[in-house]
Design a protein around this ligand. Structure first.
Ligand SMILES: NC(=O)c1ccc[n+]([C@@H]2O[C@H](COP(=O)([O-])OP(=O)(O)OC[C@H]3O[C@@H](n4cnc5c(N)ncnc54)[C@H](O)[C@@H]3O)[C@@H](O)[C@H]2O)c1
Ligand SMILES: [Fe+2]
Length: 384
């Protein structure tokens, strides 16, 4: 039996932020990072929250939010007697808010019984990347071990997501590029996931179609509002898709690279993506016919994004070539040393990367079974 459930209401397009004017007579907490405060974006949101009783700002979020930050956020919320939490920022701020709200509710339930606390969560994404505004995932980092821990629960899904392209305009080209590669990776991993279904496929197909067309435009000109709007939709659709069917090996490796070397999440995904597609499609195996199910899915996706794909082999080759072209166009690192990591440091961590990638909750959904040796070969490829 397959299941399809989306519990987040999504408002999108220009001026969607005006929906905040309808929030009245409640105590709200805005969870965000210092950049949003310094850049004036938090202020713009506070102005739209003028009909709330009170709005408090928690702006301590840092990239890859650690557990001690989540604990700080829980105490902050308790003090404010809050009814609505508004998350403003990229995946890190939204994930932090999701984890804070989730744990606050759990603590309340433990103290006061089943009824739990009614706490509404509204997500305002400022990057077109993680899709966190509609997913049942929140990634937090263990403060002691530095390991990324994905929390997975339906109740982590925000109640409302507001996708206003205005919020993404300020993202510089490198953030647009990195987060955009996260979108493409989400869509492609969901598309070939072990548990992919017709429902997740249609979301992934539209997400890829939009991202391959509009990411270069958004990268070239951040003020191209149509491209920003389309990338915001692509990110959200890709998020819906993978939230239904999980991700794969690409994220397994990227999570390890992100946690160990602090490579931004989308950058790590883009670095690995051509190699994981080749692995899943089996194109490197001697005598491979390139017609396994994943190769056929990649072939179909290649067609959807407008690439020649007469056979699975041609489709896979063209999809990989297009991704490499896009990465180079956006000046993304193509190997680990271009990420500022020495080969010595990389080699010293090879076993740890393999161990973490194999144990990652995303890797289980990969369409091709993965061994330590397979991951080691992919690491050889990104070392060059
Ligand atoms: N919950 C999920 O489903 C999910 C999925 C994928 C990734 N993640 C997690 O999300 C995090 C990554 O999120 P991200 O890629 O959105 O980056 P991020 O939230 O870590 O932000 C990266 C940087 O971009 C800045 N920034 C954000 N929006 C901006 C804007 N409009 N203008 C200028 N600067 C801006 C931030 O201040 C920050 O310095 C990672 O922790 C990753 O593990 C979560
Ligand atoms: Fe991701």
């Amino acid at each position: 039996m397959k299941r399809f459930k989306l519990s987040t209401e999504v408002l999108f397009s220009e001026n969607a932020l005006d929906a905040l004017l309808d929030i009245k007579d409640v105590n709200a907490v805005l969870i965000t990072d210092q950049f949003m405060v310094d850049s004036g974006m938090a202020d713009m949101i506070l102005k739209k929250l003028r009909y709330c009783n009170k709005v408090s700002v928690f702006s301590d979020v840092i990239p890859d939010p650690p557990m001690d930050l989540i604990e700080k956020g829980i105490s902050f919320l308790e003090d404010k007697d809050c009814d609505v939490v508004i998350a403003l920022g990229g995946g890190s701020s939204i994930d932090a808010a999701k984890a804070i709200v989730y744990m606050t509710k759990e603590l309340h339930r433990a103290k006061h019984g089943e009824d739990g606390k009614r706490l509404k969560l509204i997500a305002l994404p400022t990057t077109s990347g993680t899709g966190s505004e509609v997913t049942q995932f929140a990634v937090v980092t263990d403060s002691e071990t530095g390991k990324k821990i994905p929390l997975i629960d339906e109740s982590l899904m925000p109640d409302l997501a507001i996708l206003d392209p205005e919020l993404v305009k300020s993202a510089p080209p490198f953030i647009t590029a990195d987060t955009g590669m996260d979108v493409i990776t989400h869509a492609l991993e969901a598309y070939v996931s072990e548990t992919a279904s017709d429902c997740s496929d249609c979301l992934a197909e539209k997400a890829c179609e939009l991202a391959f067309e509009y990411l270069p435009r958004a990268y070239r000109n951040g003020f191209d509002i149509k491209a920003r709007d389309k990338m915001h939709r692509a990110s959200c659709l890709a998020g819906m898709s993978f939230s239904l069917v999980n991700l794969g090996l690409n994220h397994g490796i990227a999570h390890a690279l992100g946690a160990i070397f602090h490579i931004p999440h989308g950058r790590a995904n883009g670095l690995v993506l051509p190699h994981v597609i080749a692995f899943n499609a089996d194109v490197k195996r001697e005598g491979a016919k390139h017609s396994n199910d994943s190769a056929k899915k990649y072939q179909k996706m290649a067609r959807i994004v407008g690439l020649p794909a007469a056979t699975p082999k041609v489709g896979v080759a063209n999809l990989i070539a297009e991704i490499v072209r896009l990465l180079k166009y956006m000046d993304r690192p193509m190997c680990i040393t271009e990420c500022g990591i020495s080969l010595e440091e990389f080699e010293a961590n090879r076993e740890e990367i393999i161990k973490r990638a194999l144990a990652d909750a995303c890797t289980v959904a990969n369409p091709r079974k993965v061994s330590a040796d397979d991951i080691s070969k992919i690491l050889d490829e990104i070392a060059k």
